[in-house]
Design a protein around this ligand. Structure first.
Ligand SMILES: NC(=O)c1ccc[n+]([C@@H]2O[C@H](COP(=O)([O-])OP(=O)(O)OC[C@H]3O[C@@H](n4cnc5c(N)ncnc54)[C@H](OP(=O)(O)O)[C@@H]3O)[C@@H](O)[C@H]2O)c1
Length: 280
């Protein structure tokens, strides 16, 4: 089992979950730059046929992507094509991750995998084009659309909230965007559990924490857990302009993944305490 982009928050979570699996190999950007097609092909050709390739590498700076269009596209779309081509040639199983930002949900009920696709920002567009290529070209793949990742690793919303509250004691957070926060450790555990079922059901699956909240509610739970004296104030998205647009509602239904693989998905806040303990 190969994990690409192993120094990101999901990659590091796989490292944690697979710590005792001596068959797992972890490759950072320095060890394999997925935008280098020649290197990707020769690496994937060197693996035994039928290997499992888990791609955690991505360009994830949603706002910056609006300006760095070529770079974000080269990582989230073009490089995914390289990986998909190498997996197809060698019969490797590709595990890839996409985002809730591919949907254009206007109904305020959770998106299912066949809901309308219409990315609201450039990051979502680059991720959509990456997953589209996989679906159109591979037989053996699993794409997990996930959202609002948090972990003790790299940069994420939980760590930003913690830092600001510890510096200032209070902060303002938007309360009119709703989604599913997701622990990356839970996500990595579920992917491994799904692989261990040996059920082969290629396709796209939503996989995020159960339950839906606004960023404000998400931050409030983090604040309460760190120190109930910290204050989080709700604001509207219009009071916090960003370069990239974000959907007001992007929660996802997990019925397909639960019924196909018979897995249970924990509530979104399940990993928060553990994450904060690890950070302290
Ligand atoms: N973060 C979220 O809230 C979120 C939400 C929805 C979906 N997702 C998806 O979930 C997956 C995991 O996201 P994440 O939050 O773990 O991402 P992350 O923390 O930003 O990590 C991405 C990793 O990709 C690596 N990388 C970037 N360009 C590369 C290249 N050319 N070659 C090899 N590696 C490269 C980065 O390397 P360096 O360490 O060297 O920078 C980094 O380690 C991604 O597919 C992402 O699109 C994330």
């Amino acid at each position: 089992m190969i994990i690409l982009g192993c120094n990101g928050q999901l990659g590091q979570s796989f490292k944690k979950v697979l710590a005792h699996n001596s068959d797992a190999k972890f490759l950072s950007r320095n060890e394999l730059d997925i935008t280098n097609n020649q290197d990707v092909q020769s690496y994937l050709n060197s693996l035994p046929a039928g290997s499992i390739v888990i791609n955690c590498a991505a360009y994830t700076a949603v706002d910056k992507a609006e300006e760095e269009r070529e770079l974000s596209s080269s990582i989230n779309t073009e490089a995914v094509k390289h990986i998909a081509d190498g997996c197809k040639k060698n019969d490797h199983l590709l595990i890839h991750f996409s985002t809730d930002y591919v949907y254009s949900n206007t109904e305020n009920s959770p998106s299912s995998e066949d809901s309308k696709i219409s990315p609201i920002n450039w990051y979502g567009e680059t991720k959509h084009l990456g997953e589209k290529y996989i679906v159109e070209n591979l037989k053996d793949y699993l794409i997990f659309r996930t959202s609002w990742l948090y972990s003790p690793f790299s940069n994420n919303f939980l760590k930003t909230v913690k830092r600001i509250l510890e510096e200032k004691g209070e902060m303002k957070v938007v309360s009119d965007q709703i989604g599913n926060p997701t622990s990356t450790v839970m996500l990595a555990e579920k992917v491994i559990e799904i692989l261990e079922t040996k059920i082969r059901a290629p396709g796209i699956y939503n996989l995020s924490g159960e339950g839906q909240v606004s960023w404000f509610e998400f931050a409030s739970v983090i604040a309460k857990e760190i120190d109930p004296k910290f204050k989080v104030h709700p604001i509207k998205s219009s009071e916090y302009p960003t370069k990239a647009k974000r959907p007001s509602y992007s929660a996802m239904s997990k019925e397909k993944v639960k019924s196909t693989f018979k897995v249970e998905i924990p509530h979104w806040d399940k990993g928060i305490k553990e994450c904060l303990i690890e950070l302290s």
